[in-house]
Ligand binder design. Structure first.
Ligand code: ATP
Length: 201
């Protein structure tokens, strides 16, 4: 049997329970060998409080620790320039020769898919897995999945309740000094506190 590798990329700025919810829904719905959590490289921001590559990586590692089927990769962080998924998929194909690569994305990314760099080529290479992020968007998701299938893509929708949560909301809460402990794993929340992340500069 072919090895199946799920690529789950994002900025994870910071990683939160919505991300873990999607990863777990995928684990329950799809059989695969390994999920690669891939924090993207971000150019340093000056205007807004965002975390460094190293801090985002540390947060991903803390959040993924309880799950032996998740591996956190530094591939995109080590690569110069923008993190294009097509390049990452090619790198994974080289590393896991003969494996099937599945790409896990939230609904917002599925809607945006046709803006991705070399998305048609990407559609030929991966099976796309997606699930709703907000309530009541099922119809839109089904329509977009069908649209990408008509372009020759393989898209599988994961049925899971929405957990509407975003890193943007968390960063705003942190800037206002609000408690965020219910929104991400306790070990990640503790890291953010100890390192004074996402404060106004
Ligand atoms: P930001 O608010 O900074 O844009 P984000 O919360 O959307 O961040 P990303 O790191 O951009 O987080 O997301 C990584 C991946 O996880 C994307 O495919 C995104 O669609 C998905 N995702 C993020 N939050 C959720 C959620 N609450 N439910 C399902 N998928 C999610």
């Amino acid at each position: 049997m072919k090895k199946q590798i799920v690529l789950f990329g994002g900025t994870f700025d910071p990683i939160h329970n919505g991300h873990l919810h999607l990863a777990l829904a995928c684990r329950n719905a799809v059989s695969f060998d390994r999920m690669i959590l891939m924090p993207a490289h971000l150019p340093p921001h000056k205007d807004m409080a965002t975390a460094s590559d190293q801090d985002r990586l540390a947060l991903c590692r803390l959040a993924a620790e309880p799950f032996d089927w998740i591996e956190v990769s530094t591939l995109e962080l080590e690569r110069e320039g923008p993190s294009y998924t097509i390049d990452t998929v090619s790198a994974l194909e080289a590393r896991y020769a003969g494996a099937e690569i599945l790409l896990l994305i939230g609904s917002d990314m599925l809607y945006y898919f046709e803006h991705w760099f070399r998305y048609r080529e990407l559609l030929q290479k991966v099976t796309v897995l997606s699930a709703v992020r907000e309530n009541a968007e099922d119809d839109r998701l089904v329509r977009q999945a069908e649209r990408l299938r008509q372009m020759g893509g393989s898209v599988k929708l994961i049925s899971a309740p929405a957990l509407p949560l975003s890193s943007t909301k968390l960063r705003e809460k942190l800037r206002r000094g609000e408690d965020i402990s219910g929104f991400l794993p306790p070990q990640a929340a503790a890291y953010i506190r100890e390192h004074h992340l996402y404060k106004e500069r």
